[in-house]
Design a protein around this ligand. Structure first.
Ligand SMILES: [Zn+2]
Length: 331
């Protein structure tokens, strides 16, 4: 589920961003992104800081970087969030794009730096397309998105003078997850931090129930060696939770599985879940929406409502980082 590639002395941990779009909220899971492998070109350089090649519906398009960021922001966060939260999203999106450009292209889209699939890179539609879908609010929302992008032009989040892997999710629990607990990669700026406001997300708490037969069928396909012959209350054992509350590993029918795998198999909103069983059903009660690592979009909304600025929001969620202009960072 994760790949680590050494480039000389630089350890570049290539993980894929799995923002869950607030505007495209759905039940899809976001943990497939670690399965793909980037092929890194040893001398990968940003060919042009002003443009990015984006795979849009499978076709590679050269787009101005800031235009691309506007399209991502419009696709990833609600324009009625506070402006400082939207600015934080803009900087996170730009950071991730720059990171991808520097890291080298994915085998999934070798002809483009990023794609428009939020399961893999970040959601993207041209801003004009989004504006056309906003009806009476179009002008107002367009102005808000453009303000967030223009006010943060060229700014990215850096750690040791390099663009960070600026992952984000819709709503973490009361604490963000660390990259180590979720993906096994120890990334110094993706640690556990307090995160309030997630409960404003409509999917913050959710219960998903399966009939016992349904559940057995799903698990039989995904984890054939799991033994689910006994009573349902005996199926789960020995769970290990992260500091933030997510299931790291759990034994299901005597087979050890990771919380991320189980989340994907069952289509759960997060790995932070409890299980309840009855005679004929099994239910999963989740807290949070998304992988919970890095910036929480609803957490950013909360902090902005408390008067925090976008840079304060970003340096809270990405600990030990600095906001810098693209012109300041080294190649
Ligand atoms: Zn992609």
């Amino acid at each position: 589920m994760r790949k680590i590639i050494s480039l000389g002395i630089v350890l570049t941990i290539l993980i894929y961003l799995l923002p869950i779009s607030i505007q495209y909220i759905n039940n899809s899971t976001d943990n497939n992104f670690m399965q793909d492998m980037l092929s890194v070109h040893a001398n990968a350089q940003m060919e042009d800081e002003q443009t990015i090649t984006v795979s849009v519906n499978g076709d590679a398009e050269e787009i101005g970087l800031e235009d691309y960021i506007a399209g991502v922001v419009a696709s990833e966060i609600s324009p009625d969030f506070p402006i400082e939260a939207i600015k934080a999203q803009a900087v996170a999106a730009r950071t991730y794009a720059v990171y991808k450009m520097k890291a080298g292209r994915s085998d999934t889209h070798p002809d483009a730096d990023v794609c428009d699939d939020f399961h893999h890179c970040a959601a993207y539609k041209p801003l004009t397309e989004k504006v056309a879908s906003w009806g009476d609010n179009a002008e107002n929302y367009e102005n808000i998105i453009m303000q967030a992008v223009n006010d943060t032009k060229d700014l990215i989040v850096t750690y040791e003078n390099k663009p960070i892997i600026a992952v984000f999710s819709a709503a973490s629990g009361e604490m963000t997850e660390s990259a180590k607990d979720v993906w096994g990669s120890d990334i110094p700026y993706l640690t556990n931090v307090e995160s309030k406001g997630g409960d404003a997300c409509s999917k913050y708490k959710e219960t998903v129930s399966f009939s016992l037969d349904e559940f057995r069928d799903i698990i039989k396909k995904a984890i054939p060696s799991a033994d689910l012959t006994g009573k349902p209350e005996t199926w789960f054992a020995a769970s290990e939770r992260s500091a933030a509350g997510g299931i790291k590993t759990v034994k299901l029918g005597s087979v050890q599985v990771t919380g991320t795998d189980l989340r994907e198999t069952l289509g759960l909103n997060s790995t932070n879940f409890t299980v309840t069983t009855s005679e004929d059903s099994i239910s999963f009660n989740t807290i949070g929406y998304g992988h919970g690592v890095g910036l929480s979009q609803y957490g950013a909304k909360y902090l902005a409502e408390q008067g925090k600025t976008y840079d304060e929001i970003l340096t809270h969620y990405y600990q030990g980082t600095q906001i810098k202009s693209l012109t300041e960072i080294s190649e």
